[in-house]
Design a protein around this ligand. Structure first.
Ligand code: A3P
Length: 317
């Protein structure tokens, strides 16, 4: 089944979820071929839930830990300062994109080997994905590979997505109205949608296997960054030595800092999205500027129904 999304993107339904064509090809290839290693870490999310922030944090946590164990100051600096010169999405590659690229450039290698990605020297491989839990390869599910999932109030996810796609579209494509965007979102027709099924897949697994999956919420990270980032570092096996280390990493990864860095201000991702469009307001409750009271009620009602009985409450501060 194919649906036109945002007036210009074809979305394909596969096993209950919606994908762009290139992501779907990459996701299928990764599902059948990726050989996860026991110390791999996979970051998973729905688009616009805080992926970029989490990438920056994960790289900084790994780098900070590595810096403490290095004797050679140049090596330590090299690892610790990765954010200064790199767009966070270039540091932790997307599985879908890697495998999509691999199918066309080197099909043999794709079928035989795990892909090495350009993360920190001597550190676990860090990958990122937007696929639902059910689309992960068996080796990701059954190896020691850890998963960090981040989610966010779906109302803010939709508003963030709306700004992102309208900013990235070509001038000849007419703007997409919030009403149309809302309609697709509530039906679950958006890249990696339906939103709630995606969240529930990881949530249930995180309850069953808390050592395997860390489930984070954007709102908790905004409210209690030190607590949440400390939890993340411990989960990654890189516990902080003190609160100062946590605070240093939080400020290194702040939206204000990343947004103003030259490397994040200019240029585009390989698929044409301006890097700057990944850094916007970063607040909780931005939906209030675009939602009508009816839209809020409708989406909250869907969330309540979907999450009912799952233990995942609908508190969004
Ligand atoms: P807004 O559009 O609400 O501002 P993703 O990285 O999953 O695409 O999510 C993008 C959202 O995360 C955007 O939200 C963006 O501003 C916000 N974001 C990006 N970097 C951030 C950071 N360092 N801290 C907090 N939020 C950040």
């Amino acid at each position: 089944k194919v649906e036109k999304w945002w007036g210009f993107v074809d979305l394909y339904e596969y096993d209950g979820f919606w994908y762009r064509n290139d992501w779907l090809e990459g996701a299928i290839a990764a599902k059948s071929n990726l050989q996860a290693q026991d110390n791999d870490v996979l970051l998973s999310s729905q688009p616009k839930s805080g992926t970029t922030w989490l990438k920056a944090l994960m790289v900084s946590i790994m780098g900070s830990h590595a810096a403490q164990t290095f004797n050679n100051i140049n090596d330590a600096k090299d690892q610790y300062d990765l954010l200064e010169e790199n767009f966070p999405h270039d540091l932790i590659p997307s599985l879908e994109s890697l495998w999509h690229w691999e199918i066309f450039s080197n099909p043999l290698r794709a079928s035989e080997n795990p892909i090495q990605c350009p993360t920190l020297k001597g550190q676990p491989r860090l990958h990122q994905t937007h696929v639902p839990y059910s689309m992960l390869s068996e080796s990701v599910k059954n190896s020691g590979c850890k998963i960090v999932y981040i989610t966010r109030d779906p109302k803010d996810v939709l508003v963030s997505l709306w700004h992102f796609l309208n900013a990235a579209k070509k001038p000849e494509v007419p703007p997409y109205s919030m009403e149309d965007a809302f309609d697709s979102f509530r039906k679950g027709v958006h890249a990696s949608g339906p939103f709630h099924d995606h969240v529930l897949g990881y949530w249930k697994e995180s309850l069953a296997r808390p050592d395997k999956i860390l489930f984070l919420r954007y709102e908790d990270m905004k409210m209690n960054p030190r607590g949440e980032v400390t939890k993340l570092a411990s989960f990654l096996g890189r516990p902080f030595i003190n609160d100062d280390e946590a605070d240093r990493i939080i400020s290194r990864c702040s939206l204000e800092r990343l947004k103003n860095m030259q490397v994040n201000k200019e240029g585009c991702t390989f698929n044409g999205m301006p890097r700057s469009s990944f850094f916007r307001r970063g607040v909780v409750g931005d939906w209030k500027n675009l939602f009508t009271p009816e839209m809020k009620e409708r989406l909250d009602e869907i969330t309540r129904k979907k999450f009912q009985g799952s233990g995942l409450d609908i508190y969004y501060p």
